[in-house]
Design a binder for this molecule. Sequence first.
Ligand code: NIG
Ligand code: FE
Length: 390
Amino acid sequence: MSTLITNIGELITNADVAGPARGAALVLDDGVVAWTGAAAGAPAADEVVDAAGRAVLPGFVDSHAHLVFAGERGAEFAARMAGQPYHAGGIAGTVAATRAAADEQLDANLRRLAAEMLAQGITTFECKSGYGLTVADEARSVALAGAVTPEVTYLGAHVVPPEYAGDIGGYVDLVRGPMLAACAPHARWVDVFCEAGAFGADEARAVLMAGQAAGLRPRIHANQLGYGPGVQVAVEVGAASADHCTYLSDADVEALAASSTVATLLPGVEFSTRQPYPDARRLVEAGVKVAIATDCNPGSCFTSSMPFCIALAVRDMHLTTSEAIWAATAGGARALRRDDVGHLGIGARADVIMLEAPSHAYLAYRPGVPQIAAVWRAGELAVDHLAGSA
Ligand code: NIG
Ligand code: FE
């Protein structure tokens, strides 16, 4: 089954050095991108979709999300808006609720959030454990996540759970020992929250290296709540991505620029915690590869909307609109070390967004307005608001 999308007002492929092409067309065939070019020269296909001048871009790649949890923390958000600071301690409340939840409840919540993401153009997403923090609860978290995405991250080192209070060494031994053994078969990535109040540099190294020895690839929560060693540890262990990067020294920026570690920015977190936004321009100008992700979680940022994050990244982190789109697509793919998604080059997975707008810039220009007209995932129409409108 092939689909020709024609009469595209603006086509962003991330594979075109000349930039977005107007009057373009795209052919999806057998789940992949088979052809792109000027609409006038498009080959025939089984079905034709008239984009009527709308913009088309790659599906969003969300490289950072925590979707396996129970409960909610709306009161904590309201307290922050009334002046309280965000602190990692709130995670314990979600851990208690998650441990108490039935598998079916966790699965239903996870699938509801995954459906929200798809409706907003996210066609690839990463999903972390980290609200179980026992061997059994982390193992079921990664198993549930693995049923909805291949990009599963083991985050046993999220915080030290209450039963290990005062014994961080004992908990790290659990995380890099029996918990890792139970989770590694279901995961692709290992992550650590490296932050004051969570885990220090030595603990982070120990967990990430044990994860690597078990076949997992490292990524890290770094420099979210203050300056610290997280980014340096990320670069040292060859992490695919250092996430948050809210507080970066010049040495951190230089280290990122000299590495293949992506800086994954999470603008929804700064919005939802009232922390200062990191300056993405500083990173781009230093040569750092930047991704944008939602960090959807019940504590620091409960949004599943990549369009919202793009608008914030443009308005408050000073990315251009096209840099923000790249960061939410190709940047996310790079943060997940994927070359089959995040672009619409020939042979890429046919993950495609059509906007109810003539240009990608509208995602920031019209913040908060639903503008996803259609989404194809691996060539299949998964979201369709086009019927009768073209
Ligand atoms: O990415 N920083 C650590 N983890 C999450 C927040 C988790 C929570 O508050 O429940 C984050 O912001
Ligand atoms: Fe996170």
